[in-house]
Each structure stands twice: as C-alpha cells, then as structure tokens.
Ligand binder design. Sequence first.
Ligand SMILES: Cc1cc2nc3c(=O)[nH]c(=O)nc-3n(C[C@H](O)[C@H](O)[C@H](O)COP(=O)(O)O)c2cc1C
Length: 322
Amino acid sequence: MLILGLQGSPRVKGNTGILLSTFLTEVERLGARTEYLDVAKKNISPCLECEVCEQTGFCPIDDDMQEVYPLLRQADIIVMATPIFFYGVTAQLKALIDRSQALWSRRYVLGLTDPGRKWRRGFLLAVGATKGKNLFEGVNLTAKYFFDAVGASFDGSLAYKQIEGAGDIAKHPTALEDAKERAKALVPPFLDRKKVLFVCTENACRSQMASAFAQFHAGDRIEAISAGSTPAKEINKLMIEVMGEKNIDMAFREPKTIEAVVASHGKPDLIISMGCGDVCPLFPDVPNEEWELEDPAGKPISLMREIRDDIEKKVLELIASF
Ligand SMILES: Cc1cc2nc3c(=O)[nH]c(=O)nc-3n(C[C@H](O)[C@H](O)[C@H](O)COP(=O)(O)O)c2cc1C
C-alpha cells in the first residue's frame, strides 16, 4: 500500500514537516510504503483556468504536477499537511490543490471513475499560531473538496492551535503521539488485503484491465497490482477506450516490470497470468493461476470488448472465491 504525504509548509524543519514525518514513520514501521512530497520544493504553477482539462481530462501545464497525478491515483491514503496561512493552506499547496481540477474534470465532466475512488482515504494535519475558534474552518473545507476531487473520503484530521516557532509542535504534550495513534488506526485494513499480481507480457492491456477491475470491485480486500515480463512503452489506447465505455478511468497508469512492482509492493499472495504462458517468470512458491486469454492488442475493438468482459467476469469469480 502507498501513503502519500503532501507537506505544504515552505519552512525548513517546520511544524508541519515534523508532524507529517512522525505520521509517515509510524506507517512505515507498520509495513506501508510512503512518499513524502515536499510541495514547496516542487515547481507547480497555479491553475490557469484554461478549461483544457474539461475537454481532455489532462492539464496542459508541463511542470512537476505531472508527476503528482499518478501518485494521487496510486495512493491508498493521502495525508494533506499544512500550516495555517491567513486562515487557509499555503500558496504552494493551494497550487497543487487547484491543479487537481484535472481529476475533478475526469470525474464530474467526463464521467470517468477512478477504480481506487471507493477505497482511498484522506487525512488532514494542520497547525496554526493563534487560538481563534474558526482557525481550521478554511482548511477543513479546502481538504473536503480536494479529497473529493482526487477520489478520497475525508477520514479525519489532527489540528493544533498555538503552535508558532519552528519545531514547537515537538513540545506539544500529545501531538506526535496523536499522529502515531491515528496512523495505527488508519493503516491496518489496507495491510490486511490479499496482494494479487496480474501478469502479462506487455502490461499494456489484459493485466491492466484485470488489476483495474479488481481494484474497482474489491479494493478493500485486494491490493491489485500488475506487471509485464517485457513492458510496453505505454498502455494500449484501445483498451483505455473500451474501459472508458464502462466509465472506468485508466489514466496515469504505465506498464511496469515485474521486478519494479515486486520491489515497491512486496511479494504477492497470488499471481494470475493472462495467457502468455512461460513468458512470465512466476515465483515458484507463490500460488498461481493461468487465465488463457487471447491477446487483443492490434486486433479489432470488438475483440478488446470481449476480452474486457471476460476479464471482468473472471475477476468477479476470483473475488467471490476469497
Ligand atoms: C504568511 C503566514 C501567514 C500566517 N497566517 C496565520 C493565520 O492566519 N493564523 C494563524 O494562527 N497562524 C498563521 N501563521 C502562523 C503559522 O501558521 C504557524 O507559525 C505555524 O506553526 C507554521 O507551521 P510550519 O512551521 O509548519 O510552517 C502564518 C504564518 C505565515 C508565515
């Protein structure tokens, strides 16, 4: 599983960074993978409201945000961490949030569903110097709509008032322990999932569809991953189209090697091969299944649809068998 931490403070050794690091260190200790994104160090321009994403589903601004979209899609939990700047989030974090409009457009304008949407969770960490009653109102609202745009349920927050000097959060009587406790509560359901690796030669078509359906239908019980023995450069465009006919959003995915996937996700509990036989090197000690599916790459769209439906049926049978 992946936990993505968005660190919104520009201050070196600041309070937000300390709080987020404490949270992420705890989840790593529990066995989760983490990505700590120092948003202020990234080159992320504000949204230009050019409306291109409403037509294409993609933002045309070529900057570091292009690396962030796939991370937002891969993450099981997104932790948004920010100091209060004028009752809101920092400008650096706000630019990232506004650029998630592309994901909002995919969902609400283009009608596509990210297969991880039902299961992904969002959590807010915030600190501010003053003690006003409404100190966190602004960031709570921003977090609520950001998490909805990126496909995550808003699962709670930890927010601390009267934290001003760099590092003051470490002197708070409970803050760091609170962060560890919340991490301990959020992570276990994800770690208890069965890890299923779908493999085909190019990881561009069949294994991508299988992992997306498994995530869509049972992302709470299955950690669905996919890889290829000889990955293609990009996923198959016709496959993206036929999955779109079922409103499943396949954007921000790319073919990966088995080695890369195992290095990031660990050893699978089950391997399902899509019909490329001995081309896929399977772990001898891990249970495996062969689905014997024809390769639809380069064939008419009707075959792609047939294979898509076959895969969905097999995925549903697999889920029912657990
Ligand atoms: C530009 C700026 C605006 C701020 N606005 C507020 C504010 O509206 N309310 C507040 O309580 N603290 C405000 N603060 C104080 C910070 O929220 C506080 O010092 C916090 O602990 C900083 O966290 P950090 O170390 O993670 O950056 C502001 C600080 C800066 C630099």
